[in-house]
Write a protein that binds this ligand. Structure first.
Ligand SMILES: *Cc1c(COP(=O)(O)O)cnc(C)c1O
Length: 431
């Protein structure tokens, strides 16, 4: 199977994290997000152990919580000793409401408002990742007004090509995030930050993209960042204490996708950083990375019930389900690939269908051109695999559809982490 937590039991039922999809669908209804908490914990431990092995105590993995943000996730991250990345007061508030320690929260974003900055400083979050000089000035003013010294990392654009899909590429020179090393822009950015007495410049941040599979992408990034760190030391006398290399390791959505041995990659990366900093005569920085997708993607599955099947001679065949782009907009956004399974798994005749949603939008496609049983019918269950990242967190209420619940599977038990939105929830903000 695609992932260890997807299998069929002895009577052929499709199971996720050891539990029958059919039984979970009966208990909680569909559409239904399932999250395998044991898998999330295992992924955190993989990063924590690899970091400890490779960097000793001088490193911390942060979970980029935009991938999936709700209270129980932050509770798990606290228990697993992870830091978290956030990009809005909403994510910070959710983390705090889950009891997540403020000092282990990093705050990202290229468009933080004055209100966001005030909120986050007041909340006592550990570190701002400052995107640009405008934010720098606003944050200096706010920290001063609140009488604190705020720790910051400065977001730098190293100018490298991660060879991923364009919409998830953030490290090339011409992107909307961070300040480019090119034309001494980043140098001036750091110089300006160092002149601000209410800010403690702990170091640098960069993030080159998502769904990174290429071996050398992080190594290339390190080369650019270390040579910039050397420039900072030589011209400003500034020593970078912390280096955050961003997130982005790719995950397998299809059987044919590559598998990445993340611990091995991290060990090789650590060796590369050690070499480069040594050559540059710099001390080894405290190392941060911020994986999102590779922590939660394979912990998720979405279960739907088939509403309608259309066999259209001379045209495409459609399977229409009770969810769609509202709970998973990733095919619409990026042409994202998914593995789709029919619950029965029967081995009879197959046909090609587009799996589509119920929204009034012809682009509402979950996955085109997939093989499903020719006799698929209303009431059958469909599972879309590897939906733990950027599905629930990107969900909308388009067509006034309520968002599905998130049900956590842990140690053979299930419990609701986010309840299903009711019809009244949909009117709750209307005056
Ligand atoms: C989205 C994002 C991440 C996480 O990326 P993944 O591909 O989910 O690992 C990390 N850092 C920053 C700055 C991001 O924007």
């Amino acid at each position: 199977m695609l992932s260890e937590n997807i299998e069929r039991n002895e009577v052929g039922e499709l199971c996720f994290a050891g539990q029958s999809i059919r039984r979970l669908a009966e208990q909680y209804g569909t559409p239904l997000y399932l999250m395998d908490a044991d898998r999330i914990r295992a992924n955190c431990r993989m990063y924590r152990n690899a970091f400890r092995e490779s960097f000793g105590e001088k490193a911390l993995p942060l979970y980029a919580s935009k991938a999936a943000s709700f209270r129980q996730i932050y509770r798990i991250m606290a228990e697993e000793g992870m830091g978290v990345d956030t990009v809005s007061p909403g994510e910070i508030h959710t983390a705090l409401r889950a009891g997540f320690p403020a000092e282990k929260i990093w705050f990202h974003g290229d468009g933080k408002t004055d209100e966001d900055i005030r909120y986050a400083v007041r909340a006592g979050i550990g570190c701002f990742v400052v995107d640009n000089e405008t934010e720098l000035a606003c944050l200096q003013a706010e920290a001063k007004a609140q009488g604190i010294r705020q720790k910051v990392l400065l977001r730098i654009t190293p100018g490298i090509d991660p060879h991923t899909y364009e919409a998830v590429n953030t490290g090339m020179v011409d992107v909307k995030f961070g300040v480019p090393i090119a034309e001494e822009q980043a140098l001036h950015f750091v110089e300006k930050a160092l002149s601000m007495d209410a800010l403690e410049v702990a170091g640098l941040h960069c993030h080159v993209g998502s769904m990174v599979f290429d071996e050398m992408v992080f190594e290339d990034t390190v080369d650019h960042m270390v040579s910039f760190m050397k420039e900072l030391r030589d011209t400003l006398g500034y020593e970078t204490k912390e280096l955050n290399l961003g997130g982005g390791y790719g995950v397998r959505y299809l059987e044919t996708d590559k598998t990445i041995d993340i611990p091995a990659r991290i060990r090789a990366l650590a060796e590369h950083i050690r070499q480069r900093t040594e050559e540059a005569g710099l001390p080894m920085p405290f190392l941060l990375m911020e994986p999102g997708r590779s922590i939660v993607a394979d912990a998720g599955m979405t279960v739907y019930t088939v509403s309608t099947v259309k066999h259209q001679p001379g045209f495409k065949n459609y399977v229409i389900v009770d969810g769609g782009m509202t709970d998973n907009p990733r095919y619409c956004l990026y042409k994202a690939s998914y593995t789709v399974l029919h619950e029965s798994g029967h081995e009879g005749k197959k046909e090609t269908f587009d799996l589509v949603g119920r929204c009034c939008e012809s682009g509402d496609i979950l996955q085109p051109g997939i093989k499903l049983p020719a006799d698929i019918k209303r009431g059958d269950l469909i599972a879309v695999c590897i939906t733990g990242a950027y599905n629930y967190s990107m969900a909308s209420n388009y067509n006034r559809l309520g968002r599905p619940p998130v049900v956590m599977l842990e140690q053979g038990e299930s419990s609701v982490a986010v309840r299903r939105e009711t019809l009244d929830d949909l009117c709750a903000m209307d005056l």
